[in-house]
Design a protein around this ligand. Structure first.
Ligand code: CDP
Length: 794
């Protein structure tokens, strides 16, 4: 499929971005003018407002709930409790991980902030006021907060509503070959091990979650405006859960103010807005506030990982093994392909050519909000990359080798692709050493090491951290994965109107990534209509073909491929129409961008606009060619795409305060063929900033009773321009061999690759203290404490 395509390096000029390159974003005129249309901007006639009463405690039996005073509030139209939902068979809803989650509490509260009751009122203020009039009697129980204690014999059983359940165990899952791995470890010269925690973090999009539900009882239609990253999948699940026929449901996700995985699942609030609309006969809006978002919507990470790496004394890495304790909170609502309870964690083999690898992941329930969402990553690839990149650095220290040299020695070589790793992935393409060398050149690596040496001699703490990551994005091939039984394919429809203007309808859902621009660029590249003449429609199930939505950087690998192929279908059809118009044979025509012309006589041809008019006009069309210039496809990717990158971080640590300053950050990314380099840089800048947040600032902690200590932006810190350096970005281009235009995803690479680079740099700065590892976030307090009681470096 790449033959003759400019994306194919064989066709020359692989560095050239496709189409119109750094095209300004088509969506920005509305965003910069404040004319975006978000869920909270939607106002429908007669609309009511919902608010959720949340539990103040983490674990408690619900003794009684009295709603009479709230119902007497003059503005209140309805108060809905778990008992009401039981009658509607909606008290519990299935999760994306074969579990169930309470929509409203019926028996027991299982995390602080859990949904207890829903008030519908004439305005937002009355709804909130009425929450305080609901009287709830809780019988408080001991909480399980530490995943390490969740499986203790005496631990309180969180999910005791499930018949026969006597513990908090969810699953055990393994990948790789244990016996083979153990054998390699047993005979290795060098083995290092380290426990590390990827702490509980939160995607924290700028726009919180919300919905406006409009149920029309006469014809039984439900229109649901939602903050959703996957409108089509939500519609199917709503049809199954609520019993509303799927053709009667329309889901609209208008402009979305950031998702990062937070808007993949179906939250109780969405269901409650629907129930509220059915009960009152009016549209109902529910919009959560910041604390509700941070306390009750999907968390990320919370992985306790024991890592081990085996090598020869010359530094050949042989094997990696790990056991993981995964804290999934009170309900297993993790969003990921059904077959993989630990997501894509088994890509912890990283970018290295290993002899063996094995992992075992154990999932447990705790009294925390349901977690496990893929926060700006492809289903746990972030945890996997962090584990292996920390372990490689620890090994380098043990072997007294430079961490860049150790990596260069072990990276998979270009000729080994497609590379089958030891846990079953087939990496599609890569040239890893070139990317790492490029980042080292940009950084002036040798000079940095010299500077560090001098500074160390003066007692200054400078650290240099490297990470090399391989991502796995574009979920995914239907032969390998599904989400709750839905194959992860995406549709695209392209219509070229008679005057040569076009509309492409896609099933993925932008949350700010610029799809309206880049997807128009893909069509423009393929059929030669300029991007400004191509509208991209997404986010409305009535307007777009079925598909699984946007998360895990899957839009370009899956939907981008669908768009390229639908455009090629139109181009092919245009050939037949042009032939009819030119009274020649299709096989006598040749394509140049935007035009079919007669081979050997370039002056005789037809542009796409002329062909579009011809298609809709009166030209006699050949047998089997219909009078339009439209096409549709559904794309099933043959494999995932494997973008990669080499990151180098330089930090200075203040020995007096423990404050870490990220002085420089060099990021070389390879996402295959680049569609819009400006958008790619924006994605990388955002992801790197996320990385600074995770590595240095963010954690959602809980006290022993299960009180959430990170429920506001006063406690959960968001990095700003003040905390980040001037990003230095670079790229290499290794096209994906199976993607129609050779593109791989980029959206999450930087979030995945940057935390280990930053932590490696911090630990490197602290090396003179003999510190081997520090858990994120490396806050001033933690860094300062780590240095105490250790001899000061000379
Ligand atoms: O699924 P999501 O949109 O979050 O991630 P993505 O597919 O990696 O794309 C993020 C943005 O970068 C989109 O606007 C892409 O079209 C653009 N991109 C690009 O210009 N070139 C690539 N090779 C990959 C993505």
């Amino acid at each position: 499929i790449l033959e003759g395509h400019p994306a194919n390096p064989a066709a020359g000029d692989a560095d050239r971005p496709i189409g119109y390159g750094r095209l300004q974003r088509k969506e920005d005129p509305r965003f910069v003018r404040g004319k975006g249309n978000y869920v909270d901007d939607i106002v429908l006639p007669g609309m009511l407002h919902g608010a959720i009463l949340r539990s103040p405690v983490a674990h408690a039996r619900l003794v009684s709930i009295d709603t009479s005073k709230a119902l007497a509030h003059p503005g209140v139209k309805a108060v809905i409790t778990g008992q009401d939902l039981l009658g509607l068979k909606l008290a519990w809803a299935p999760t994306l991980s074969a579990d169930v989650q309470a929509v409203l509490v019926t028996d027991k509260v299982r995390f602080q902030g859990q949904e207890v009751a829903f008030v519908v009122a004439e305005d937002r203020y009355s709804a909130r006021d009425a929450l305080e009039l609901i009287e709830v009697d809780y019988d408080v129980l001991p909480a399980v907060v530490d995943a390490r204690k969740a499986l203790d014999p005496g631990a309180p059983v969180i999910r005791d509503e499930i018949e026969g359940r006597t513990d908090n165990h969810i699953f055990d899952w393994e990948a790789g070959d244990k016996a083979e791995t153990d054998a390699v470890f047993a005979s290795a010269d060098v083995v290092v091990s380290q426990e590390m925690v990827y702490p509980r973090s939160h995607p924290a999009p700028m726009e919180t979650c919300g919905a406006v539900a409009d149920y029309e009882p006469i014809d039984g239609t439900l229109t649901l405006y939602e903050t959703s990253q996957a409108p089509h999948a939500h519609r199917t699940l709503f049809a199954i859960v609520a019993g509303i026929p799927e053709h009667k449901i329309r889901i609209v996700s208008p402009d979305i103010g950031g998702g990062f995985g937070n808007k993949v699942g179906i939250y109780p609030g969405y269901i409650l807005a629907v129930v509220g609309s059915i009960v009152t006969g009016k549209p109902v809006k529910w919009m959560e506030d910041r604390s509700e978002n941070l306390m009750s919507t999907s968390f990320a990470r919370d992985y306790i990982m024991q890592g081990e790496i085996a090598a020869t004394k010359e530094g050949k890495i042989l094997a990696v093994r790990t056991t993981v304790l995964a804290d999934h909170g009170a309900f297993n609502a993790t969003a990921q392909p059904t077959k993989y309870p630990a997501g894509f964690f088994h890509i912890f083999t990283g970018s290295y050519d290993l002899q063996a690898a094995h992992c075992k992941v154990t999932g447990v329930y705790t009294n925390k909000a349901p977690g496990g969402v893929a926060y700006a990553c492809s289903f746990r690839v972030t945890e996997a990359v962090y584990l292996v990149e920390r372990m490689v650095d620890i090994l380098a220290r043990k072997l007294e080798m430079d961490p860049a040299e150790l990596r260069l020695k072990n990276l998979i070589k270009p000729e080994q692709f497609p590379y089958k790793n030891k846990t079953g992935w087939e990496y599609d393409s890569g040239d890893y050493a070139t990317a790492l060398r490029k980042s080292m050149e940009m950084a002036g690596y040798d000079e940095l090491r010299r500077e560090q040496k001098e500074k160390r001699a003066r007692g200054e703490l400078m650290g240099i951290g490297i990470s090399f990551f391989t991502e796995t994005v574009g979920a995914g091939p239907r032969k390998h994965m599904d989400i709750v039984g839905l194959g992860m394919n995406d549709g695209a429809e392209l219509r070229v109107h008679p005057t040569g203007k076009a509309v492409v309808r896609i099933s993925v859902q932008s949350q700010g990534q610029g799809h309206e621009t880049t997807f128009a660029q893909i069509v423009a590249e393929e059929i030669g209509i300029p991007p400004e003449d191509i509208d991209v429609v997404h986010g409305d199930t009535d307007q777009t073909p079925f598909g699984l939505g946007t998360y895990g950087s899957r839009s370009t690998p899956v939907s981008g491929a669908a768009v390229a192929l639908v455009a090629r279908k139109v181009r092919e059809k245009a050939k037949f129409i042009a032939a009819a118009m030119l009274e020649t044979r299709p096989e006598d025509l040749e394509w140049e961008k935007g035009r079919w012309f007669v081979k050997g006589d370039p002056s005789v041809g037809k542009t796409m606009a002329e062909i579009a008019m011809g298609a809709h006009g009166t030209v006699a069309l050949p047998e089997g060619i219909e009078g339009n210039l439209d096409a549709e496809v559904t794309y099933d990717p043959p494999n995932l795409t494997f973008p990669f990158g080499a990151y180098i971080c330089v930090v200075d640590v203040d020995p007096g305060t423990g404050h870490v300053k990220v002085r420089r950050f060099i990021a070389v990314d390879d996402c295959g063929t680049r569609i819009n380099p400006m958008i790619i840089e924006g994605q990388v800048h955002g992801g790197l900033t996320d990385g600074v947040g995770m590595a240095l600032m963010q954690i959602i902690e809980f006290d022993a009773e299960g009180n959430n200590l990170g429920g506001s932006f006063m406690d959960y810190l968001i990095p700003t321009a003040l905390e980040v350096p001037n990003w230095e970005t670079g790229f290499t281009v290794t096209p994906s061999p199976h993607h129609p235009i050779g593109a791989k995803g980029i959206g999450e690479s930087a979030t995945v690759g940057s935390p280990p680079a930053i932590v490696n740099a911090v630990v490197d700065a602290l090396a003179p203290f003999g510190i081997q590892h520090m858990d994120m976030p490396c806050t001033p307090a933690r860094v300062w404490a780590a240095m105490q009681g250790r001899p000061r470096p000379p």
